[in-house]
Design a protein around this ligand. Structure first.
Ligand SMILES: Nc1ncnc2c1ncn2[C@@H]1O[C@H](COP(=O)(O)OP(=O)(O)OP(=O)(O)O)[C@@H](O)[C@H]1O
Ligand SMILES: [Mg+2]
Length: 277
């Protein structure tokens, strides 16, 4: 399924967690997303790759209904979301979890309260139940016993995991991640990848992950969407992407591999003090 996929209809939209059809967005006069068509099957991980400013975050914001397209359709679990009222959209958002780039935790609240927030807002569960549920979610991301900690007392990786616990609070069917491992060291970034794979295996969650990390993309993806200046330059399985002969795809994969090799080289020089490694 390399390249741009065929137009879909609402009938087969039911088979997918997410269907995006010919999505076009403008900011002012600028066409930011240009005819983006993509599908994500239930329980699969879609990774969105592309250079800075190519429209990845804009694409995510459309999927969670924060932006209205200029044209095109978006189906979430078979329901077209671009024509919904805010109340209807809020119902759908309860099935979605989002991990924002900076984790977006409330600094004045404990982790327990941060995770409990969506449950307090959207459910009528008893306070004792909410406490237990938020502890379970913190446990799921490896933060057992941290309920009383404030975000400032945590490392970057722990904050990301706490953000993930909050995104999981309402047991979402679809999870969205914007650069989950940006700014983390490689070992902590790998832990986030492990968590994503764990959620996929254990709960068959559908996930959309925006990332710059190529190694991570190929590890976690069932399918990869590559954007360039708002256009789809590749959409397919990791093997399809590796086999792509599209010049921009080849360039992106090579450049990213070069940058990684250079980082390794710099790191080795730093720890050995040897410029010839
Ligand atoms: N609210 C906005 N108003 C006007 N232009 C915007 C707005 N949001 C994004 N843009 C522009 O749209 C383009 C795509 O932005 P977007 O944030 O989606 O890129 P991105 O692929 O997520 O980049 P990065 O990898 O740096 O996060 C950029 O040129 C950006 O300047
Ligand atoms: Mg972005």
């Amino acid at each position: 399924m390399n390249g741009v996929i065929e137009t879909t209809t609402q009938d087969n939209a039911q088979d997918y967690a997410i269907v995006v059809d010919h999505l076009v967005t403008y900011f002012g006069e600028r066409r930011i997303l240009d005819d983006v068509t993509v599908r994500v099957r239930r329980g699969e991980v879609l990774v969105v790759l592309g250079g800075s400013g190519c429209g990845k975050t804009t694409f995510l914001r459309h999927l969670i209904g924060l932006l209205q397209p200029y044209s095109g359709q978006i189906y979430i679990k078979g329901q077209e979301i671009t024509r919904l009222t805010e109340t209807q959209m809020n119902e759908i958002r309860k099935k979605m979890g989002m991990l924002f780039q900076g984790a977006a935790l409330f600094n004045s609240m404990t982790l327990g309260d941060n995770v409990a927030l969506p449950l307090r807002e959207h459910t009528k569960l008893a306070e004792s139940t909410i406490k237990i549920m938020s502890r379970i979610k913190l446990g799921l991301v490896g933060l057992t016993g941290f309920d009383e900690f404030k975000p400032a007392e945590l490392s970057g990786g722990m904050k990301k995991r706490a953000g993930l616990a909050r995104a999981l609070a309402m047991d979402p069917e679809i999870l969205f991640f914007d650069e989950p491992s940006a700014g983390l060291d490689p070992i902590i970034a790998a832990e986030i990848d492990e968590l994503i794979l764990k959620l996929k295996r254990a709960f068959k969650m559908t996930m959309v992950v925006v990332t710059h990390e190529l190694a991570s993309a190929f590890l976690i993806a069932d399918s990869i969407l590559m954007l360039d200046k708002g256009k789809v330059i590749a959409f397919g399985t990791p093997d399809d992407i590796r086999a792509s002969t599209h010049p921009r795809v080849v360039q992106f994969l090579n450049r990213a591999a070069d940058e990684e090799a250079q980082d390794d080289q710099k790191y080795l020089q730093l720890i050995t003090g040897n410029k010839n490694v």
